[in-house]
Ligand binder design. Structure first.
Ligand code: AHM
Ligand code: MG
Length: 338
């Protein structure tokens, strides 16, 4: 089993405000289910934190680190690969493959899954988007990384099918938002916590205790430029949101979701006449964020069914996504059914 590279101090770290803050490792160790702490969840979360620290370093220096612009290549989704997409993929694939607890991983930028080990002491499967919203890096706008974490159900050989699990079977989900501060959010069953990267110590320190989505929805978030392609029911549902809430849209899913989680809100990326399945990916965008939302008291839907109940058919499957305050998500779903 690997080490815990993010817990250099191995314990409490003093914040600048003088208070004593717990590290990511402390909190995961204390709060995650015991069997997951025993079989390597800290190692997996540590590998994610190590990769995120690398992406944070590149993002902060951006043009100076040579990570602006694109590579000239297109990925499996037909999207242009940004330089930071490639660097982020390397960072997380290396840290997760080498951490010693991951049996297989799948990444937005890689057509095929990476199989690491079938050994029983590699119990975790990780699906991830290494750099979400990557085109925003060129204009110094917030980006993110997103991770769905599953435990193997048995010691049988891991295959492509092992990675096609409904989101409700996740044992944990993580996202990292690289904004005006860098914040890593971890969800395990019934609990969501946030950790701010302290540049002085290099530690992710416990800054957001037991996050719950606020009862009141503060904003709706959708690319209004697509409305001409939406179905009439979706146009009517968004018209209602428009009359009730302010609009906030960053264009980086993690940034929009993080705001909704902390302030209350609803994010939509619907299917439309041009793209019936929408734009976002089920396995490493919708599933992990809907898992986080549900553990924090929110909800996530395709418009027809709970996101976490969708049985994936292919690795890079797309899905319509509606996520945020449960009552407002339900309201939109009800409108769509009319
Ligand atoms: P990416 O994973 O290739 O970066 O694409 C996903 C991004 C999301 O972060 C964001 O919510 C969405 O695409 C924005 O799309 P649009 O520009 O169509 O509004
Ligand atoms: Mg993405």
């Amino acid at each position: 089993m690997g080490t815990e590279p993010y817990s250099q101090s191995g314990g409490m770290v003093m914040s600048n405000a003088g208070s004593t803050l717990k590290t990511l490792a402390d909190v995961v160790r204390e709060t995650a289910p015991a069997e997951m702490v025993a079989d390597g969840l800290l190692t997996v979360v540590g590998a994610i934190a190590a990769g995120a620290t690398r992406v944070d370093g590149l993002t902060r220096r951006a043009a100076l680190a040579g990570v602006l612009g694109d590579t000239g290549e297109t990925n499996v989704q037909g999207e242009i690969v940004q330089v930071l997409d490639a660097a982020g993929t390397d960072a997380f694939v290396n840290s997760l493959r080498d951490c010693g607890a991951v049996a297989a991983l799948a990444c937005e930028e890689l057509e095929e899954a990476v199989f690491v080990s079938d050994a029983a002491d590699h119990p975790y499967l990780v699906l991830f988007d290494p750099v979400d919203g990557s085109s925003n890096i060129d204009v110094a706008v917030t980006i993110g990384s997103i991770f769905a974490i599953y435990r193997r159900t048995d010691d049988a050989a891991v295959t492509d099918a092992s990675l096609l699990r409904p989101g409700r079977e996740q044992c944990a989900a993580v996202y990292v938002v690289y904004g005006s501060s860098t914040v890593l959010v971890v969800a395990t069953e019934g609990r969501v916590d946030g950790f701010t990267l302290d540049p002085a110590s290099g530690e992710f320190l416990h800054s957001h205790d037991q996050i719950r989505i606020p009862a009141k929805c503060a904003a709706y978030s959708v690319n209004e430029g697509n409305q001409g392609n939406w179905h009439p029911e979706m146009q009517a549902a968004v018209a209602e949101l428009r009359s009730d809430f302010g609009l906030r849209y960053v264009g980086s899913l993690v940034a929009d979701f993080h705001r909704d989680l902390l302030k209350g809100g609803i994010f939509l990326y619907p299917g439309d006449v041009k793209s019936p399945a929408g734009k976002l990916r089920l396995g490493y965008e919708a599933n992990p964020l809907c898992y986080v939302a549900e553990q924090a008291g929110g909800a996530g839907s395709t418009g027809n069914e709970r996101i976490l109940d969708v049985q994936p058919e292919i690795l890079h499957q797309r899905t319509p996504l509606i996520v945020g305050n449960a009552d407002v998500v339900q309201r939109v779903v009800a409108r769509l059914a009319e």
